[in-house]
Each structure stands twice: as structure tokens, then as C-alpha cells.
Write a protein that binds this ligand. Structure first.
Ligand code: C2G
Length: 129
């Protein structure tokens, strides 16, 4: 079973590792779409701290991750899922309901986010220390 998930994973933290571990446990192969710098800029209005190459390298180095690819557009999700032969799409529950349209080609699972940690909170802690 192929599990596909997506994310920016800028400043990878415990919440990211936990969702990747839980996603992996749902299948055999874990394939991760890492969002591009350009997509991030469009979505959040700022460039990520780490470049797409650095983020892909870090996520690909995590035990349990079998493959990474670059997510260049939110609109290409269906194409990515088909290309990577997804049996299951996993996202954090901050995206709940947003990807239900893909349930015709794979199972769509939203996992609870890890509380009290985010890239934004890490940036704030570093700034104020
Ligand atoms: N996450 C989590 N717990 C946290 C923070 C994040 O479980 N405390 C999960 C998110 O729900 C997401 C994944 O980790 O499933 C990656 O999070 P982000 O890097 O914030 O990804 P995002 O910017 O939401 O990009 O096409 C979708 C986008 O690429 C998702």
C-alpha cells in the first residue's frame, strides 16, 4: 500500500516526524510531496527558512520515508496521487475536508495534529531568545 502525504516541512519538528510516522504505519511505502519555495511564497507570502532542496533532503533522510517529490502546485494534487499510485492520502486535520474530492481514487485520512508546535512557534521562540 502506497501512502502519500504533502507538506512544507520548513524547520522540521516533532509534529512533522509524528505525522510521517503515523502515515507510514498505514501502509508499506511512504511518499512525501514537499511544497516548492515558489508555492510557499504564493501560499504564505514569505520564503521558507530552508530551501526546497534542503527540505527535500531532510525529509528524505527520515526513517520510514521511501521517496520525496516536489509539490509545485496545489492544483496538481490529483495528478500527483495518480503518478505515485497512492492508495491512501494522509493530511493533518488542519486540512480536514479539503481533500475529500480525491476519495474516488484513494482513501483520504486526516490525522490529528500534534498540539503546541508549529514552524511559526519555533521562529517566535528563536526570535525572543
Ligand atoms: N503537522 C502536524 N502537527 C503539527 C504541525 C504540522 O501534524 N504540530 C502536520 C500538518 O498537518 C501537515 C504536515 O505536518 O499534514 C506538514 O505541515 P506543514 O509543513 O505546515 O505543511 P503545510 O504548509 O500545511 O503544507 O498541499 C498541502 C501543503 O503542501 C501542506
Amino acid at each position: 500500500m502506497n501512502v502519500v502525504t504533502f507538506g512544507t516541512f520548513d524547520i522540521p519538528h516533532v509534529g512533522h516526524i509524528k505525522i510521517l510516522n503515523r502515515a507510514k504505519a498505514l501502509g508499506d511505502r511512504l511518499i512525501v510531496g514537499v511544497s516548492s519555495d515558489e508555492l510557499n511564497f504564493a501560499k504564505k507570502g514569505r520564503s521558507p527558512i530552508y530551501t526546497q532542496e534542503e527540505r527535500m533532503f531532510m525529509i528524505n533522510s527520515i526513517k520510514g520515508v521511501n521517496e520525496v517529490f516536489l509539490e509545485e502546485s496545489l492544483e496538481l494534487k490529483r495528478e500527483y496521487l495518480i503518478k505515485h499510485q497512492a492508495d491512501i492520502l494522509v493530511m493533518g486535520d488542519d486540512w480536514k475536508g479539503k481533500f475529500d474530492e480525491f476519495s474516488d481514487i484513494c482513501q483520504v485520512v486526516y490525522l490529528p495534529r500534534t498540539p503546541s508546535i508549529s514552524t511559526t512557534s519555533v521562529i517566535e521562540i528563536v526570535k525572543t531568545n
